[in-house]
Design a protein around this ligand. Structure first.
Ligand code: CP
Ligand code: NVA
Length: 301
């Protein structure tokens, strides 16, 4: 039996495979409501160990629009909550469904699920990464501005799971990335060394003003990710990294603004920016639906 086509992290793919998924996504988006139902008879199980609005709804709608079905399991309602292992859960779910999406804390749980599943496993966010988000983000940038290759993206804030996937995306899609983060919240050396080994142009700096200079896209995310403690310390550290109109004015005049959402208005981003003319956050949220159709279609052949 051929190995299942997992979607775990962007570093596991070459550029042409990721492009293939985005091409599928764009085709599904163009044909929305009219396309055939290529996933008829297929079922996706979704395991949520953390809350979700976009990931939950966009995967469910994507499966239904492609003709398939979904089953949603939350941590509290399943036997995972009583100690059944990821490995055994993977073996069992593989007998019922055609693919499994999981949102979990520890990346090790995602890997364990994938190791023991005989169907594709999709990463719906861990504490370390959020690759589905990045597929939608790259799609959104390119719809507005053309190819992202060679462009400059600036991240201002915590080097969290989404930021780490931005690093992997920069390497795989060939754009430059400046990450402005306070010293205690910078990305790990291991990730940066990987990016440099792979020929990526990823620069970490302390100054958000320096990071956004000449940027084509400015991105931020919550100061306190799900499951993160020490909210007060983070608020103090990250206040200078807030994306406001003054910071946006330092980027290119046609720079876009993105945020994976949910946003904490007045904290990492001001209303004027998220609701302003440079913001494409609603397109970005919509593209979760289309990008995930591309991922599902690729995973399920
Ligand atoms: N951006 C994102 O993944 O949102 P949810 O947490 O609502 O799924
Ligand atoms: N960094 C955020 C992303 C939410 C989609 C979190 O992990 O909470």
């Amino acid at each position: 039996m051929a190995a299942p086509r997992h979607f775990l992290d962007l570093d596991r793919f070459d550029r042409s495979t990721l492009r293939r998924m985005l091409d599928l996504a764009a085709a599904f988006k163009r044909d929305v409501g009219r396309h055939e139902r290529p996933l008829a008879g297929r079922t996706l199980a979704m395991i949520f160990e953390k809350p979700s609005t976009r990931t939950r709804v966009s995967f469910e709608v994507a499966m239904r629009q492609l003709g398939g079905d979904v089953v949603v399991l939350t941590d509290a309602e399943s036997q995972l909550n009583r100690g059944e292992s990821m490995a055994d859960t993977a073996r069992v779910l593989s007998r019922y469904v055609d693919a499994i999406m999981i949102r979990t804390s520890k990346p090790g749980k995602l890997v364990e699920l994938a190791m023991h599943a005989s169907v594709p496993v999709i990463n719906g966010l861990t504490d370390e990464s959020h690759p589905c988000q990045l597929m939608a983000d790259v799609m959104t940038f390119e719809e507005h501005r053309g190819s992202i290759a060679g462009r400059l993206v600036a991240w201002s804030g915590d080097a969290n799971n989404v930021a780490r996937s931005w690093v992997q995306a920069a390497v795989r899609f060939g754009f430059r990335l400046n990450l402005a983060c306070p010293a205690p919240l910078q990305p790990s050396n291991g990730l940066l060394e990987w990016a440099h080994r792979e020929g990526g142009e990823v620069t970490v700096m302390a100054s958000p003003e320096a990071a956004v200079a000449d940027a084509d896209l400015v991105v931020t995310d919550t100061w306190v990710s799900m499951g993160t403690r020490e909210a007060e310390t983070r608020h103090n550290l990250l206040a200078p990294y807030r994306v406001d109109e003054a910071l946006m004015a330092r980027a290119r005049p046609d720079a876009l603004f993105m945020h994976c959402l949910p946003a904490h208005r007045g904290q990492e981003v001001t209303d004027a920016v998220i609701d302003g003319p440079q913001s494409v956050v609603w397109d970005e949220a919509e593209n979760r639906l289309h990008a995930q159709k591309g991922i599902l279609a690729w995973c399920l052949g």
